[in-house]
Ligand binder design. Structure first.
Ligand code: SAH
Length: 193
């Protein structure tokens, strides 16, 4: 079962890469109007790559030497697969809705438009919410406390640092339009938070 849940986790990672790659290529052609990227952003993105990709692979390769392994159960695997499916759906939807306005770090593009439709009609950070679901799916699928939770911890750190800076950048760019958008929407969970 450990092997199966690792394979399921790996399928989730490959599916994510397949969705992200075309957006990365497209983003390279977009011109930037405002760049708020800092070394801290780059460090947190690196931490996410370590937590969400490297750590489970290192655990499976035996680099943790059995440290912090936990018991596993089919219920956790099923819950992990379902959470992973919701993650991939939400990730794809938010990428589609953001379109060419997306960037991996905090940037405003030339001709940037404030997206308020699709999943963005309900929450302001659906893509970050999808990453949190990825972290939860990983914690359910990988039966090791360190490698399982490394992704979620990294994503939460990225979100805590970015959320207020991103909203300040959007407010600076879109002014009253963004304020009105904030009044109608929550950050991560529709109608709740
Ligand atoms: N926080 C959003 C987007 C993450 S991608 C989410 O979690 O879904 C980060 C980039 O998206 C930022 O650099 C910003 O330029 C852009 N962005 C964020 N919200 C946006 C919106 N509502 N409309 C257009 N661009 C947005």
């Amino acid at each position: 079962m450990i092997r199966l849940s690792f394979v399921l986790w790996a399928i989730m990672l490959v599916a994510w890469c397949a969705m992200r790659y075309p957006a990365m290529r497209r983003a390279r052609r977009q011109k930037t109007r405002l760049d708020k990227r800092t070394p801290l952003d780059i460090s947190l993105l690196t931490l996410c790559a370590l937590g969400l990709a490297f750590m489970p692979i290192a655990w499976r390769a035996g680099l943790l030497g059995g440290l912090a392994d936990r018991s596993h159960s089919p219920i956790l695997v099923v819950a992990g697969v379902l959470t992973g499916a919701v993650f991939l759906w939400l990730f794809r939807r938010s990428h589609k809705d953001l379109g060419t306005n997306w960037s991996v770090t905090l940037e405003v593009r030339e001709g940037h438009r404030l997206v308020t439709q699709g999943v963005y009609a309900h929450v302001r950070h659906p893509m970050y919410a999808s990453f949190m679901l990825w972290g939860i799916a990983q914690a359910l699928l990988i039966p090791n406390w360190i490698a399982g939770f490394a992704g979620l911890v990294a994503v939460l750190a990225l979100y805590c640092v970015r959320q207020s800076r991103e909203e300040a950048m959007m407010r600076e760019t879109f002014g009253a339009e963004y304020d009105a958008y904030c009044v109608r929407t929550k950050r991560l969970v529709p109608g709740v938070f």
